[in-house]
Design a protein around this ligand. Structure first.
Ligand SMILES: O=P(O)(O)OC[C@H]1O[C@H](OP(=O)(O)OP(=O)(O)O)[C@H](O)[C@@H]1O
Ligand code: HPA
Ligand SMILES: [Mg+2]
Length: 179
């Protein structure tokens, strides 16, 4: 796996530090409230499990599975809900937890879908953001790192379902995509 890596963009230490800062900001913002974090599977799983432990207000969690990339590096443009939420979010303070925003199509779809379910409030956090690639407008409440327009993997994020368990965020060598 390590021989496929071109460059480490965000180290394990930098990820830890930023998650801790985000946790503090969220704890301030939701002081005295309960927060329902909704992780977008599968990519957000690693980020969310670290993030929730950096937050001091009571947290509930749920997951939704959406997929639009399959085994390609380009979004198909069609967002599919593969697994819906287990519980109603009506009247709850909800935060959508994403690993990466690229075209924005996944989050736009989920934000609109969740808004219709009448939460008390709805916010978005994404560990990574590639603003250059955006196809739709989105308001993101918390961003971990803004990254350049390169396909990345690691810390939950895959290429063709691989590399999710890398503890850092990295780019892959060109030959990996042509294998
Ligand atoms: O802004 P967008 O262009 O929509 O891209 C971002 C989405 O794409 C990836 O998910 P993917 O569809 O690969 O599913 P996965 O999380 O299971 O890997 C990523 O985890 C985001 O959910
Ligand atoms: O850069 C990326 N890497 C992996 N999956 C993704 N889904 C959107 N952008 C990316
Ligand atoms: Mg993926």
């Amino acid at each position: 796996m390590n021989q496929d890596i071109k460059e480490v963009l965000i180290s394990e230490e930098a990820l830890k530090q930023r998650v801790s800062e985000l946790g503090k900001a969220i704890s301030e913002r939701y002081k005295g409230q309960e927060l329902l974090m909704i992780g977008v599977l599968k990519g957000a799983n690693v980020f969310m499990s670290d993030l929730m432990r950096a937050v001091s207000v009571p947290i509930q969690i749920d997951f939704i599975a959406a997929s639009s990339y399959g085994s390609s590096t380009e979004s198909s443009g069609v967002v599919r809900i593969v697994k819906d939420l287990d519980y109603s979010i009506e009247g709850k303070h909800v935060m959508i937890v994403e690993d990466i925003i690229d075209t924005g199509l996944t989050l736009k779809y989920l934000y609109d879908n969740f808004s219709a379910r009448k939460p008390a409030s709805l916010s978005i956090i994404s560990l990574l953001d590639k603003p250059e690639r955006r196809k739709v407008e989105l308001t993101v409440d918390y961003t971990g790192f803004v990254i350049p327009d390169e396909f990345i993997v690691g810390y939950g994020i895959d290429y063709a379902e691989k590399y999710r368990n890398l503890p850092f965020v990295a780019t892959l060598k060109a030959e990996v995509y042509t294998k």
